[in-house]
Design a protein. Structure first.
Length: 127
């Protein structure tokens, strides 16, 4: 394991005993999800996370709004969007920022936050 990742995990382990039970359960769930990813999927998530962090604050907000819209969709519609690959347009600048996050057909990128409807855990937590 790379030194920086080792330090990150040690930091998580240090904070774990002080977390509330629901936070501990969420951490365990996310760790299991992360462990189930292939190395290629982990690399893709890390790359997307890095790309997201390099966005300007306004564009990050648009991405977050689109993610909120996406997570509120029924699972069937989320699956349909993933299958259609329309979600890859998330990091593109919005054409009309006044309607960002209000269109129920907005399609956030699963590549910006992982390949499932659950956001990646370890990579998105602030350390």
């Amino acid at each position: 394991m790379e030194n920086i990742r080792k330090k990150k995990w040690l930091g998580i382990a240090d904070r774990y005993p002080n977390m509330k039970q629901d936070e501990q359960q969420r951490m365990q769930y996310r760790m299991r999800e992360w462990a189930n990813l292939t190395p290629e999927q982990r690399s893709k998530v890390r790359s997307s996370f890095k790309d997201f962090n390099q966005l300007p604050p306004e564009q990050k907000q648009v991405v977050k709004q689109k993610w909120d819209v996406y997570t509120n969709l029924p699972p069937e519609q989320q699956q349909r969007l993933r299958e259609n690959s329309r979600s890859s347009k998330l990091l593109a600048p919005p054409t009309d920022s006044s309607s960002a996050g209000t269109n129920s057909t907005a399609t956030p990128s699963t590549t910006a936050v992982g390949s499932s409807s659950q956001p990646p855990a370890v990579e998105t937590s602030k350390h």
